[in-house]
Design a protein around this ligand. Structure first.
Ligand SMILES: Cc1ncc(COP(=O)(O)O)c(C=O)c1O
Length: 426
C-alpha cells in the first residue's frame, strides 16, 4: 500500500523476528509510539487522527488523565496478585447494574476467551454440542469462532467453512452457519436441529452490519422455545452503543453476553456475564464436578485493568456522554455520505454512529455475502488515501471516540474529500 513508505529499519527487524512481520493485528507496518486524546503519533513523529482507537477500547481517547491517574496509583502498589481484588468486585457490580442479562460476571483477559467460555458454558448448561453462528460474525480465535468468519466461497448453509488451518473436522460438524439478518432461515434451521443446539452466538451488530428490526427478537423467541442459550457478543457494542450496550438499545436481553474492549479501559480485561442459573457452572460446589467449568487465567481481572475499567465506566456515566459519542459519529458518517455522493461513487455508510463503515456497493448491506460484491479496489484506495492523509483506522471500520474535536472533524473532512476525489478518478 502507498502509505507504507517509512519506518525504515524496523520493518526489516520485524520481518526477522515476527511471522509476517507483525502481530497479526494491524496489517501494515505502522509503529505507533504514543497517543493523546484523539491523536496518535508514529515513531517518525507522523500524526494521525485516530479512528482505530486500539481496535475499540479507547472510547475516552488515549491517556485520559483520570484513567492515567488511577492506573499509576495502582501500578505503584503492584500490578497483579492472582487473588481477587476489590476493584474487580466493584467492576462486576457495575456490569450487573448496567447490562440487562448480567446477574453474575467472570473476568478473562480477552474477548475471544470470553466467547470461548460462553460457548462452553452453554454446552454445559444444555448438555448439547451444536452452536449456531452467523456467517461473517467475529467471536475471537477459538476453533468454533474461526468457522465461516471470512469465507471467500459461498458454501451451502449451514455448512461451516474454517478460516484457519489446524481446526479438527469434529468442530466443523458441531457448527451450524446461518446468514445474518435472515430470521426465517434461522427459525427453520433451529427447528431442524433443536434438540442438539446449545447456543446461538451473535453480534447484535455484525461487524458494522446492523441487525434488522425483528431479527434479534426472533432469535430470542426461538431460544426460549427450545431451551437454547442466546449469547450476545457485546465485546464491541457493550458500553459503546449505550451504557447498557446493545441490550439497552434493542431491548432484547440475551442469556449470556461477552464484554471486552471498553470495560478494561485500554488494558487486557474482558468478561462473560449472564444469568446466575447458567453462570453457576463456574461454581463446583453448587454444580458438582461433572457439570463444572474449570476457569483459570493468570491475569484475569487484574487490579490495573480493573481500576482502568472502573474509572472508564465512571466517566461514561456522566451526563451527555453517549449523546456526544453518537453525535461525533453522525458527523463523520455525514461527511462520508456527502463527499462520496458529490463525486458520484456508489456506496453505503453502514452501522451504528459509534462504530460504522463505508462500503462501496450500490445495494443495501444486510449480511456477509452483500459485502462480497464490494468494489475492493475502491475500498482499498479509499483506505490508503485516508491513512496517507492522516486518518488512522482499521480497513472496514471507523471507531468513534469521545476525544474528537472540531479541529479533528475539519481535518477528517478534508481527508475524506481528498480520498473521495481520488477514487472517483480511478
Ligand atoms: C465482536 C467481537 N468479539 C470478540 C472479539 C475478540 O476480542 P479480543 O480481541 O479481545 O480477543 C472481538 C475483537 O475485535 C470482537 O470484535
Amino acid at each position: 500500500m502507498g502509505y507504507i513508505r517509512h519506518n525504515g529499519d524496523w520493518v526489516a527487524r520485524a520481518n526477522k523476528v515476527l511471522p509476517a512481520g507483525d502481530y497479526g493485528n494491524f496489517g501494515a507496518p505502522l509503529f505507533v509510539k504514543k497517543g493523546k486524546g484523539s491523536r496518535v503519533w508514529d515513531i517518525e513523529g507522523r500524526e494521525y487522527i485516530d479512528y482505530l482507537i486500539g481496535s475499540g477500547p479507547m472510547l475516552l481517547g488515549h491517556a485520559h488523565p483520570e484513567v492515567v491517574e488511577v492506573v499509576q496509583e495502582q501500578i505503584s502498589l503492584g500490578t497483579t496478585f492472582f487473588t481477587s481484588n476489590v476493584y474487580g468486585i466493584q467492576l462486576a457490580e457495575e456490569i450487573c447494574k448496567a447490562v440487562a442479562c448480567a446477574e453474575q460476571v467472570r473476568f478473562v483477559s480477552t474477548g475471544g476467551e470470553a466467547d470461548m467460555y460462553a460457548m462452553r458454558l452453554a454446552r454445559a448448561f444444555t448438555g448439547r454440542d451444536k452452536i449456531v453462528k452467523f456467517e461473517g460474525g467475529y467471536h475471537g480465535m477459538s476453533s468454533e469462532a474461526q468457522m465461516s468468519l471470512a469465507p471467500t466461497t459461498k458454501a451451502d448453509f449451514p455448512r461451516a467453512q474454517p478460516d484457519s488451518a489446524g481446526i479438527p473436522e469434529s468442530v466443523h460438524a458441531e457448527m451450524l452457519i446461518a446468514p445474518y439478518n435472515d430470521s426465517q432461515f434461522a427459525a427453520s434451521l433451529i427447528e431442524e436441529y433443536r434438540n442438539q443446539i446449545a447456543a446461538i452466538i451473535v453480534e447484535p451488530q455484525q461487524r458494522t452490519i446492523p441487525a434488522v428490526p425483528g431479527f434479534l427478537e426472533t432469535l430470542r423467541a426461538i431460544s426460549d422455545e427450545h431451551g437454547i442459550v442466546l449469547i450476545f457478543d457485546e465485546v464491541v457494542t457493550g458500553f459503546r452503543f449505550a451504557y447498557g450496550g446493545a441490550q439497552e438499545t434493542t431491548g432484547v436481553v440475551s442469556d449470556l453476553c461477552t464484554l471486552g474492549k471498553t470495560i478494561g479501559g485500554g488494558f487486557p480485561l474482558a468478561a462473560i456475564a449472564g444469568r446466575e442459573e447458567i453462570m453457576r457452572h463456574f461454581d463446583k460446589n453448587i454444580i458438582g464436578a461433572g457439570n463444572w467449568l474449570m476457569m483459570v487465567g493468570t491475569l484475569s481481572g487484574n487490579p490495573v485493568a480493573s481500576v482502568a475499567g472502573l474509572k472508564t465506566l465512571e466517566i461514561l456515566r456522566r451526563e451527555g456522554t453517549y449523546d456526544k459519542l453518537r453525535k461525533n459519529g453522525e458527523t463523520v458518517m455525514g461527511m462520508l455520505t456527502r463527499h462520496l455522493h458529490n463525486v458520484g461513487v456508489p456506496h453505503r455508510v453502514v452501522g451504528h454512529p459509534t462504530v460504522f463503515n463505508v462500503v462501496f456497493v450500490d445495494s443495501d448491506v444486510g449480511d456477509y455475502r452483500d459485502l462480497l460484491v464490494e468494489d475492493k479496489l475502491c475500498a482499498s484506495e479509499f483506505h490508503s488515501q485516508l491513512i496517507e492523509n492522516g486518518i488512522l483506522r482499521l480497513a472496514g471500520k471507523f471507531y468513534i471516540s469521545l476525544a474528537l474535536t472540531q479541529h479533528d472533524f475539519d481535518a477528517t473532512e478534508s481527508a475524506i474529500e481528498t480520498a473521495a476525489r481520488s477514487i472517483a478518478q480511478t
